[in-house]
Write a protein that binds this ligand. Structure first.
Ligand SMILES: [Zn+2]
Length: 109
C-alpha cells in the first residue's frame, strides 16, 4: 500500500515539476522588456507594465514552487514523508496530490 502511494505521489510531483517549468518558460517570455516600437498608446503601455509586474510576481512564485518540488522529490522515500512539519500529523494523500510541494497539513498551511 505504502509503495503504491509513493509511486502515485512521485508521478504527481514529476507532473507538477513539468507544469511548473513550462509556466516559468511562459512567464519569462511574457516579461521580456516592452520595446517602444510595439507600443501602443499610453494607456495600453501602462497596462502592459502592470501586467508585467503581475507576471514577474507569478514567475517568482513558480520558481519558488519548483525549488520546493525538487526538494520534495528527494524526500518521498523517507519514512517521515507525508508528516506535517508543524504538527507532526499525517497529511492525507488527497492533499499531497493536490499540493505536492506543501509540507504542511491543511490546518497548519
Ligand atoms: Zn499540521
Amino acid at each position: 500500500m505504502k509503495e503504491e502511494k509513493t509511486k502515485q505521489i512521485k508521478k504527481r510531483i514529476k507532473e507538477e515539476i513539468k507544469n511548473t517549468i513550462s509556466s516559468i518558460k511562459e512567464y519569462k517570455l511574457l516579461t521580456k522588456p516592452i520595446t517602444p516600437e510595439n507600443a501602443i498608446g499610453r494607456v495600453s503601455r501602462m497596462d502592459a507594465i502592470n501586467n508585467k509586474s503581475v507576471i514577474e510576481a507569478a514567475l517568482r512564485k513558480a520558481e519558488e514552487k519548483l525549488k520546493q518540488l525538487e526538494f520534495i522529490k528527494t524526500q518521498v522515500d523517507n519514512d517521515d514523508f507525508g508528516i506535517c512539519i508543524k504538527c507532526y500529523k499525517e497529511i492525507p494523500i488527497a492533499r499531497i496530490l493536490i499540493v505536492p510541494h506543501s509540507r504542511y497539513c491543511v490546518n497548519c498551511a
